[in-house]
Design a protein around this ligand. Structure first.
Ligand code: X2X
Length: 338
């Protein structure tokens, strides 16, 4: 949160031209407070469309006193860079996936336990309930402020440019990209694959140049990042539900006037609820669109994946790592996992 417009303008001259893509209505008087929000997704993803709405609403409800500048699509660097920027205050806001912030707040990966959630009712019961509350407190312990509403990334699916993924045997030695996420590495190693951690900004090129042959993401991400151009088939595994925490730098958040905090929270949280609906709607149409772009889809034997993970001790290991309280919150919603 920078106060003087002069320093903002100075910063702007250095900042990538994100603002011109996201013109925030100009108000008679200069913004007193400028909030900077960075993310890793293309403009056309509902995360950026709804974030823009929130930015406009914040400007309107503060009569131009507060502006939220949006830097989409890794303009300020990859996930790891933006995580350090929101920690040191260069960014006010960042939306890391639970998988990504878990490198700083390990328990945040709890919703990424393989095959934990069978549907969205369970997801929101957990994340708007005991699991979300537990993680939010742990994020606060890292001097970051997590807003109440978690935004949706989706159920992650596996794609490949090689042989179709049918069952656990298909994973043997598969060079698959995963985010910079210890639980994803553990899970895909447990499945017998050869996982490689890469930031999202590097995925398309890594697939194109065959550094890796496979990746896993929700269908809306495969669509906006055009991964169908470098992958040929998608196995509908629903192996992880993933979401985005909307986090703020703790010092900047607590330094914000109470009325501004309230307006900003409401605008971002309500935009988040709409974004969830967008992903839900997208999930109806996106598969047909991806098929029309040449990506073949197949069902896969998810029981074989669960059995392989159980055999590998994956659930026992992560139950121990997350601890009884967090694990108890998860199992209170999804049932016994280990
Ligand atoms: O990096 C990914 O795969 C993505 C876009 O899903 C996340 O933000 C974790």
């Amino acid at each position: 949160m920078t106060i003087s417009r002069r320093s903002v303008l100075k910063g702007l001259s250095a900042a990538p031209a994100a603002i011109s893509l996201f013109s925030i209505p100009r108000y008679s008087k200069a913004a007193e407070i400028t909030l900077r929000y960075g993310n890793n997704l293309p403009l056309s993803h509902p995360l950026n469309i709804r974030a823009k709405e929130a930015a406009d609403r914040i400007a309107k409800e503060t009569n131009g006193r507060v502006e939220m500048l949006i830097f989409p699509a890794n303009q300020l660097g990859g996930d790891t860079d933006m995580l350090s920027q929101v920690r040191n205050g260069a960014l006010t806001f960042f939306t890391p996936s639970a998988l990504v912030i878990a490198t700083l707040v390990p328990v945040a990966a709890i919703n990424a336990v393989g095959f934990a959630f069978k549907d969205y009712n369970q997801v929101w019961a957990a994340m708007d309930g005991p699991v979300g509350a537990f993680v939010r407190k742990s994020i606060a312990d890292a001097r970051l402020h997590a807003l109440d509403v978690m935004w949706d990334n989706g159920f992650r699916q596996m794609t490949t440019s090689g042989a179709r993924i049918e069952n656990a045997d298909s994973m043997k030695g598969l060079k698959i990209r995963v985010p910079v996420s210890p639980i994803s590495i553990s899970m895909f190693s447990g499945l017998g694959a050869a996982p490689a951690s890469l930031q999202f900004s590097e995925v398309y090129t890594a697939l194109q140049t065959k550094v890796v042959d496979a990746q896993e993401n929700p269908l809306p991400i495969i669509q906006v990042a055009k991964l169908y151009e470098v992958q040929s088939s998608c196995a509908l595994s629903n192996h992880i539900w993933d979401g985005y925490w909307f986090i703020a730098n703790g010092r900047q958040w607590s330094g914000m006037p109470a009325d501004v905090q309230e307006i900003v929270s409401r605008a971002i949280n309500q935009a988040g609820l709409k974004q969830r609906e967008d992903i839900k709607a997208l999930n109806e149409s996106v598969q047909t669109d991806l098929q029309s772009k040449g990506l073949a889809f197949n069902k896969c034997d998810t029981d074989s994946f669960r059995a392989k993970l159980r055999e590998a001790g994956f659930y026992t290991e992560w139950k121990q790592k997350f601890g009884p309280e967090a694990w108890g919150h998860l199992e209170s919603v999804v049932g016994t996992l280990a």
